[in-house]
Design a protein around this ligand. Structure first.
Ligand SMILES: [Zn+2]
Length: 495
């Protein structure tokens, strides 16, 4: 079969099988929950090649491919990636993720899609599997018996893999293509406990004799709450908790009441706005108190978040405002302080690497008293995940707030011994003459669920180099695909 590229951007790029199939995948719309176009495409691909294609109720696709000539008796190898993408686009960009093929463009070494995500997360994994299984290729890639697992809805809480029957998998060695890069192998991943607080507080008119203050925290760097939790970055919700609890401790401020509060969303919270009311006689003291506390905060984050800023504006008297009681306001303030966005535990040996962390994702108090918080603990140590979550439940209970888990999945705990990992490291050394880096993080990938079902599975995770996943600046490095390709071709043939 001659490659008939759908995109100008992928023509002439090497390795051609990868880029051809990356183009084919990019032309299939596949936002989380609507992966049908790609599922149908893979089904058709399998029919053309006479490959058995098993599609389960969730939409996960499982394909078995016999080994190529000479490798039929080699041990089976599982390659796994997720079909869905995160549908993020820039404001004003006319793009329908349910219908439109990605608009692939090339600029130097970067493949990208202007104004939208690229879907390299995890299109690279899908393209890799289709290239390896392509029995119609002029030069099929030598491989052992392959098992290919294409999952749905990874980005919205691992929904696909949770519903997949892992007993279908016979391979005991696997590559996850959704983490790492050609020179960095991931050897573990975080589990996740997602929880929320929902509480309705009574509101009352604030009235005369009170001054309304608008408090705005801005300038945080933000970042991914799994991958960047060890960067020590500021969380605007936690910092708002600092400012408000400072008022509780200040003798010159008799009380305060929160009218409303809202944070930016995800992941590490960049901004938080609150409207509060204080007795007019205490207003100046309250402003001074918060400014003083903010000076300490600024000092903490002067390197990680140099643009952090606080603005406090007096917005008239409280005659037209409503707010929750001062007692409830103190609860909200403490809640924002205690649900900490931070790394909680580092690796015992590789101390730069987090094993447990948590983050508050969203906090909001509406003008009619609806208080909601989204919180998540991640850990590659499943016991720690449980205990940390329980700790926060207890802490919130002391404030009269119920922290309720609504979703969770287990992580992938680093194995002390892994023959596949050793073989990969040796292959990398042989190909490139230096050591492959080891990635230990608490981002979530689907290996956790597979390892939970099949504890003896020997897993590694690496992929072509891409950056900016889940944002419109996502790109794939063209030149870093070849090393990934060479490494993977070597790895699957290791006996
Ligand atoms: Zn992904």
């Amino acid at each position: 079969m001659k490659y008939n590229h759908k995109y100008e951007a992928t023509k002439g790029l090497q390795p051609e099988p990868f880029f051809y199939w990356f183009g084919e995948v990019s032309a299939c719309p596949r936002p989380s929950g609507n992966e049908k176009a790609l599922i149908d495409y893979i089904k058709n691909y399998c029919e053309e090649r006479n490959l058995p294609c098993d599609i389960d109720e969730a939409g996960n696709v499982f394909v078995k491919v016999p080994g190529t000539a000479g490798y039929e008796d080699y041990p089976a190898f599982l390659i796994q990636g997720h079909m869905d993408i995160v549908p993020v686009k820039d404001e004003g960009v006319d793009f329908d993720f349910d219908k439109d093929p990605y608009n692939l463009q090339i600029d130097g070494d970067k493949i990208y899609a202007p104004g939208t995500t690229l879907g390299a997360d995890n299109g690279v994994g899908i393209a890799t599997m289709l290239a390896f299984a392509d029995t119609l290729a002029e030069e099929p890639i030598p491989h052992p018996p392959l098992e290919l697992l294409f999952t749905v809805e990874e980005e919205t809480g691992m929904k696909g893999i949770k519903r997949f029957d892992c007993s279908k998998i016979t391979a005991r060695r696997m590559l996850n293509c959704d983490s790492g890069d050609p020179h960095r192998v991931a050897v573990c991943c975080g589990g996740n406990s997602k929880s929320k607080i929902e509480k309705e507080f009574e509101t009352e008119p604030v009235g005369e004799g009170w001054t309304v203050l608008e408090i705005s925290l801005t300038g945080g760097q933000g970042g991914h709450s799994g991958g960047m939790i060890n960067k020590g970055r500021a969380c605007a919700a936690n910092n708002m908790g600092e400012l408000l609890t400072a008022l509780m401790a200040d003798e010159k401020v008799s009380e305060f009441r929160i009218c409303s509060l809202k944070t930016s969303t995800p992941s590490i919270i960049k901004t938080c706005d609150a409207i509060i009311a204080v007795p007019t006689a205490d207003a100046k003291a309250a402003e001074g108190c918060m400014n003083e506390r903010f000076a300490l905060i600024k000092g903490i984050y002067k390197n990680s978040d140099p643009d952090l800023a606080l603005a406090i504006t007096e917005a008239g008297c409280g005659a037209d405002s409503t707010a929750i009681s001062s007692e409830d306001s103190e609860k909200v303030a403490q809640c924002l302080l205690y649900l900490e966005t931070a790394m909680y535990r580092s690796h015992y040996e590789f101390t730069q690497s987090p094993v447990t962390g948590g983050s508050i994702y969203l906090a909001e108090l509406t003008a009619d008293g609806q208080f909601s918080v989204d919180f998540s603990v991640r850990s590659s140590i499943n016991e720690d995940l449980r205990l940390k979550f329980k700790k926060y439940v207890l802490q919130m209970k002391m404030l009269g707030l119920d922290l309720v888990e609504y979703d969770s999945w287990l992580g992938w705990v680093e194995e002390p011994a892994s023959p596949l990992r050793d073989a990969l490291l040796a292959a990398h050394n042989e190909l490139f003459g230096y050591d492959m880096a080891i990635g230990r993080g608490i981002g979530g990938i689907e290996v956790g669920a597979i390892k939970t079902a099949i504890p003896e599975m020997d897993a590694v995770a690496f992929a072509p180099f891409s950056k900016g996943a889940h944002t419109t600046s996502e790109y794939l490095s063209v030149s870093q695909v070849q090393p990934f390709w060479d490494l993977l071709k070597k790895l699957v043939l290791i006996k």
